[in-house]
Design a protein around this ligand. Structure first.
Ligand code: SF4
Ligand code: SF4
Length: 226
């Protein structure tokens, strides 16, 4: 517990709104099988401006928060290394298109955050934090530090019969099916359609970002009671 508390304080001082810990048997590393999942809130004011379409301000904000997450994970990893542990930061936004998966990073931030008990996944394929909703970005730090404070997956359904993101998505990437633990993303969401939309509709300003309409319309974006 002391290391978990140290890390939570360390991350909060750098702007994180929440952090959790999980054991990841499928981390892809032989020794770094624990994860610190870190949550940063996006700006409500920036997302509220999205309105009918994506904005250059949102694209820049998206990239800036990703950069902050990457820096924070590096600092947290260096902190762990000073304490004698090994670490691997998972990039905030990096697609590794290998033979087995497309439009996915080294490890799913959403999966790590779910396993750490921080929230769940909505119909829009976004992580939905139990308190702050889907207007958040995630980071994941793999480590061999043996955390003990493991809460396990959260169980709540933020979507119910809501289809606001389904109706708002210009790429028709959101099927309307609810996610369930173990369901692959492609079972309810089309990442290729989302990516293709960004490449055609916002080629000049939106490179490396997403349009954000499915975040902007989601009613699960007010601070929730915990
Ligand atoms: S980011 Fe835009 S295109 Fe992608 S799923 Fe959300 S609303 Fe659809
Ligand atoms: S807009 Fe509605 S259906 Fe879509 S993720 Fe948010 S709560 Fe779920």
């Amino acid at each position: 517990m002391p290391m978990e508390n140290e890390l939570r304080r360390f991350l909060a001082e750098r702007g994180a709104c929440d952090a959790g810990f999980a054991l990841l048997p499928d981390s892809g590393s032989q020794d770094c099988r624990y994860a610190v999942s870190v949550v940063f809130r996006l700006s409500d004011a920036v997302i509220d401006e999205i309105g009918d379409g994506p904005t250059p301000t949102y694209y820049q904000h998206y990239r800036a928060v990703n950069a902050l997450i990457d820096r924070t994970l590096l600092e947290a990893g260096l902190f762990l290394q000073r304490e004698g542990y090994r670490y691997i930061p998972v990039a905030a936004s990096q697609s590794i298109n290998d033979a087995e998966q497309h439009y996915a990073g080294r490890y799913s931030h959403r999966k790590a955050a779910c396993l750490a008990g921080l929230g769940t996944i909505g119909k829009n394929s976004c992580f939905i934090h139990r308190q702050y909703g889907c207007r958040v970005r995630l980071g994941t730090l793999l480590t061999d530090c043996p955390f003990e404070w493991l809460k396990g997956p959260a169980t709540f359904d933020p979507c119910g019969g809501c289809v606001k993101c389904v109706e708002a998505c210009p790429a028709k990437a959101i099927s309307g099916k609810s996610w369930a633990p173990g369901m692959p993303r492609e079972g309810f969401f089309d990442p290729a359609a989302c990516s293709a939309y960004m490449k055609t509709a916002s080629r000049d300003t939106g490179r490396g970002a997403v349009c954000g309409l499915c975040l902007a319309v989601c009613p699960y974006n007010k601070i929730q009671p915990v």
